[in-house]
Design a protein around this ligand. Structure first.
Ligand SMILES: Cc1ncc(C[n+]2csc(CCOP(=O)(O)OP(=O)(O)O)c2C)c(N)n1
Length: 546
């Protein structure tokens, strides 16, 4: 069999449905092999678009997404998606082309050492030097990409290897389960939790993978454990609960940190140090029990005193059995704080100011999205508002990137969600800065016939950085720009453009766009003066004593 055919057969054996690609001439054998395969080729308009879509496929399904690019310039454009997958723990397999390696008449034209370039970003980065190694390298690549903690793997397939004849058969994946935590660690954890006066549960990104949600929901409802979550742990347990104390959008100083300060023990399920710290551990502070697939990476702000390592769902289930009615949590403070936070969040949610304030934007978006509809965010200051104010009911319904926190991934990640969940409403929320970094993928979205609404928060600035600049006392300088006319911009791609001109119209504009189907862009002017008012002044003056 020709090596490129073998590569595609190996991808099929892994259950690959899509390859997201910007092919170059070095990929043409593989492209031809894909043409007659069961795999759908999704052509993107920038390698970042392809890579962010593939990584989000991995994030949402647990199976590695696959993206394809050429050597040199194509590969270098995939460094951001590789980093996004590495930090976000999204399984991703990257395939790049290369000039022939046995003989070459190209000298060094377009050649960069892609394998070395991707080594620090990937769990493995390998050049395929013999077609017969394809079955084992593909199987190993998918194993590594998907295994906890998931991440990116790069396989470089040079032109002359792709066309060679091979004799090796594909190696199919096999069934496997994660190891379970030891009894002694679980007994010790249960003992410490039972002895604590005000234990608190933290739910992080690891719990949002591999269906730990069912076990965690049961654990929380059986034990009545008060909880908070990280941005990437949102929705694992329904936040519409008296036990929910907030999402740690900031590392300190928010209302949720009042609960953290009062806690004597924090049970951390699935958070690791890659996500922005939900709180800072201090010497002599709370005891932290780390429950995860992998041991804690110790850091200046994270040094748990006990670890329960193994399959999260299994650990949670067995810990729940040990706690059975014995949790002695003093909930009075937590309950009062829950209501205090809920009232702060709803305070400005019907504010009529225009341009719109972020609290109202979040509340209006929440009101048009059903429990299992999906919001995918790019990165900007609005992310903090969505993390704090958007109540998530189900896992995977709010896609926040709090790991690489890259701009430009919001639109492609929403497109992927729309492909995987065609019956659900999918909304991309982007700043005008982040949207313009990959806005060309609107063409891909239209070509794929997706149903998708893109909400562009328009402040004609890199708002997040402008806010920080102000916070640090620097003069307002160097962070504003002008935008295209977003309505005609959308229309030029064959999408439908809308401009909101009154706060009262946002809900109807979004509902109409979702009902009409197809790709819509909604240009929404925002007023970010609340950033300082709430996130600095109000939080700075907050009192934790209730
Ligand atoms: C690729 C990338 N470049 C730069 C940054 C640093 N950064 C974080 S937020 C931000 C500004 C975002 O602006 P915009 O998308 O307009 O959203 P806003 O904050 O204005 O709501 C920048 C430059 C980043 N996170 N990612």
């Amino acid at each position: 069999m020709k090596a490129s055919d073998l590569m595609v057969a190996a991808l099929e054996a892994e259950g690959v449905e899509y390859v997201f690609a910007v092919p170059g001439e070095e990929n043409l054998d593989l492209l031809e092999s894909l043409r007659t395969s069961a795999i759908t080729l999704v052509l993107a308009r920038h390698e970042q678009g392809a890579g962010f879509m593939a990584a989000t496929y991995g994030r949402l399904t647990g199976k590695a997404g696959v993206c394809l690019a050429t050597l040199g310039p194509g590969a270098t454009n995939l460094t951001a998606p590789a980093a996004y997958a590495a930090l976000g723990a999204f399984p991703l397999v990257i395939i790049t082309g290369q000039k022939p390696i046995k003989t070459s008449k190209q000298a060094q034209f377009q050649i960069v050492d892609v394998v070395s370039l991707f080594t620090p970003l990937c769990k493995a980065s390998t050049q395929i030097v013999n077609g017969n190694r394809i079955p084992s390298l593909v199987r190993e690549g998918f194993r590594l990409a998907q295994e906890e903690r998931p991440g990116a793997v790069l396989l470089e397939l040079p032109e002359d290897i792709a066309e060679e004849e091979t004799i090796e058969p594909v190696i199919p994946p096999h069934y496997r389960r994660y190891a379970v935590a030891g009894d002694a660690a679980l007994d010790e954890a249960a003992e410490r939790i039972i002895a604590a006066e005000r234990p608190l549960l933290l739910i992080g990104a690891g719990a949002n993978r591999r269906r730990a949600s069912k076990a965690l929901r049961k654990f929380v409802s059986d034990t009545g454990f008060p909880f908070f979550d990280t941005q990437m742990g949102k929705g694992v347990v329904d936040e519409d609960s008296e036990l929910y104390l907030g999402t740690a959008a900031l590392s300190s100083g928010d209302y949720v940190h009042c609960a953290i300060e009062k806690a004597d023990l924090i049970v951390n399920i699935g958070h690791d140090v890659v996500e922005k710290p939900p709180f800072f551990m201090e010497p002599g502070g709370q005891t932290v029990i780390h429950i995860n697939y992998k041991a804690a990476e110790v850091d200046q702000v994270y040094f748990p005193q006990l670890e329960v390592i193994g399959d999260i769902a299994g650990s949670v289930e067995r810990l729940g059995n040990r706690l059975d009615g014995k949790l002695q949590c003093d909930r009075s403070y937590y309950t009062a704080l829950h209501h205090e936070i809920a009232s702060h969040i709803s305070e400005t949610s019907d504010d009529e100011r225009f341009p719109m304030v972020p609290q109202r934007v979040v509340a209006d978006v929440r009101s048009v999205m059903a429990r299992d509809d999906i919001v995918a965010l790019d990165n900007g200051i609005y992310k903090i508002w969505f993390a704090r104010n958007y109540i998530a009911h189900e896992p995977g319904t709010i896609l926040l990137d709090n790991a690489l926190a890259t701009m430009g991934a919001g639109l492609p990640s929403a497109m992927m969600a729309a492909m995987l969940a065609p019956g659900r409403r999918v909304l991309a929320v982007c700043g005008d800065g982040g949207f313009m970094m990959n806005s060309q993928e609107l063409e891909t979205a239209v070509r794929l016939g997706l149903n998708l609404v893109v909400l562009v928060l328009n402040d004609a600035a890199y708002g997040m950085i402008r806010w920080k600049q102000d916070q640090l006392g620097f003069p307002d300088y160097g962070l504003t720009f002008s935008n295209p006319d977003f309505v005609t911009y959308a229309q030029s791609y064959g999408a439908t453009g809308h401009r909101v001109e009154r706060s009262a119209d946002l809900v109807a504009v979004l509902n109409d766009a979702f009902e009409a189907g197809g790709v819509h862009l909604v240009d929404l002017p925002v007023d970010y003066s609340e950033n300082k008012k709430v996130l600095i002044d109000e939080l700075g003056a907050k009192v934790c004593e209730l």
